[in-house]
Write a protein that binds this ligand. Structure first.
Ligand code: SF4
Ligand code: SF4
Length: 342
């Protein structure tokens, strides 16, 4: 079994994107060396990590509320788990021990805030699927940040794809993710996770903790109030359907202009960003000025630049848009040909 065959199986099983990262490279480049999210902390036998991405259907980002994205998120994650499980099984049947990492799971012993055993977005970069954006989402050229990723750890040595060195994110001159963020969590190729969690994990662990603390400390009247509160309902719904626990806020995903799905279906409905304020515009301009002046930027440090794209932005979105428009024009011309649709 070689890399080509593995990728072909993954695609046949339903993966939208697939890439391969070398475990050795991942072990040598942990996102945070103080708390390394590396394959060797999970298994000393892992040689390669197969990274698959599943896109979130674009229609959900055209809906009036975030509920459509929240529900699709769950369905996409379940489907992705099934695809990766089947791929791991196929590898095992061929004699190569393999297993899947939990894509969205915090390891309490690593860090206590949305910190998994592996960082799927960094896996994606190392497998050549994209680069990290201003908001630290992984941006794939095909679907921008509107994807979920997972990794299959295998003992099979596979040809790795190598990471992309061209920055996929347009950067400070775009800053649409920053403009759209309801909690102003987007920093300079960095993210204020606590601020993001206010919108993205409305009924996540910290909200649940606060609710239970209030229950323990409250008198009988307060306890009764809490039992019938919105937070209790959110907690129950999160337990039942995961909705509200994470991925609750779709705004930075919806407005990111990378990907043909954006050009085709989101450019119009997402053109205007209602959350944009003069303060956010000034913040983005300050980021741009800092970069032009060569000031130190944590998100672009020598260590972090690896995942943003060392070559900087070279116009990938403009090239993509040109190709998209040419294909659109050709489709229209073909449709006008006599005999079309007959
Ligand atoms: S998910 Fe929402 S809150 Fe978090 S960074 Fe994106 S826009 Fe901001
Ligand atoms: S919205 Fe713009 S700045 Fe933000 S991640 Fe996407 S391309 Fe980069």
């Amino acid at each position: 079994m070689d890399a080509l065959e593995v990728k072909s199986i993954a695609k046949t099983l339903g993966a939208d994107l697939v890439g391969i990262a070398s475990a050795e490279v991942l072990n040598a480049h942990p996102p945070d060396p103080k708390v390394p999210q590396t394959p060797d902390r999970i298994s000393p036998h892992c040689k390669s990590v197969i990274v698959i991405a599943s896109r979130i259907p674009v229609a959900a980002f055209r809906a009036k509320s975030s509920v459509a994205v929240q529900y699709m998120d769950m369905l996409v994650l379940r489907r992705m788990d099934k695809i990766s499980h089947r791929l791991a099984t196929r590898l095992e049947e061929a004699g190569h021990p393999s297993f899947v990492t939990a894509a969205q799971e915090t390891d309490w012993d690593y860090k206590r805030a949305s910190y998994g055993r592996l960082s799927t977005r960094h896996l994606g970069v190392e497998a050549g699927l994209g680069t990290l954006g201003l908001d630290v989402n992984i941006l794939t050229p095909e679907y921008g940040p509107r994807v979920y990723l997972t990794g299959i750890l295998t003992e099979l040595e596979l040809e790795p794809d190598g990471k992309t060195t061209e920055q996929v994110c347009i950067g400070e001159s775009c800053s649409r993710c920053l403009h759209s963020c309801p909690t102003d969590a987007v920093e300079h190729f960095n993210l204020n996770k606590r601020a993001c969690a206010q919108a993205a994990q409305e009924f996540g662990f910290m909200t649940s903790l606060a609710l239970w603390e209030a229950m323990v400390d409250g008198d009988a009247t307060r306890k009764k109030e809490l039992i019938a509160s919105r937070d209790m309902f959110g907690f129950w719904q999160g337990m039942l359907r995961v909705v509200g626990s994470f991925g609750d806020c779709p705004r930075c995903l919806a407005v990111c202009p990378v990907g043909n799905d954006y050009h085709a279906f989101l450019a119009k409905p997402q053109k205007v960003i209602p959350e944009k304020t003069p303060e956010k515009v000034a913040k983005a301009q300050a980021f741009k000025a800092a970069r032009l002046a060569g000031e130190p930027v944590t998100g672009l440090s020598d260590h972090n630049k690896r995942w943003v794209g060392e070559e900087g932005y070279q116009g990938i979105v403009a090239r993509q848009l040109k190709g998209f428009k040419a294909a659109q024009k050709k489709r229209a011309e073909d449709a006008e040909q006599p005999g079309a649709d007959t």
